[in-house]
Design a protein around this ligand. Sequence first.
Ligand SMILES: [Fe+2]
Length: 148
Amino acid sequence: MNTITQTMTYEHNVCDNLFAQAELLVSQAKWEQAIANVESFIQAMEQHFSREENVLFPTFEARTGNSMGPTQIMRMEHTQMRQLFAEMQQSVVQHNSDDYLGQAETLLMLMRQHNAKEEQILYPMTDSAFGAERSTVLQHLKDHIHQA
Ligand SMILES: [Fe+2]
C-alpha cells in the first residue's frame, strides 16, 4: 500500500464489507448482531471520512490552492451520507427492516458513486500532487484517529 489510492481504496472495501454484513443481519432479523454491525460500519466510515476531511483534503487543498473543487463536493456528499447513517441507526434500533433496507439502498447508490469518483479521480490526483511528500502524507493519514 504505497499509494494514497491503494490505501484509501482498501478502506472503502473494508467499509463495503461491513455494510453488506449489516444488511444481511437486518434481513435475517438478527437484531442484536445487526445493531453492533451497523455501529461498526458507521465507525469505520467516520474514521475514513475523518482521515479525508482532516488530513487528505486540507493537505491537497494547501498543495494545489484549490479548496472549491472536488474536495468540496466530497465533503457535501459526506454530509448526505451522515444523514443516512443516522436514519439507518434509528431504523435498526427500532427493528424496522423495511426502513433500514430502503435507506441502505439509497446509501449504497451514493457510496458507489462517491467512492468511484475518489478512487478513479481524486485519490490519483492527490498521489500525483504530493509527489515526493506522498509517503509523509500517507503516514499522517494512517496515524489519524477519529475523535467521536
Ligand atoms: Fe473515501
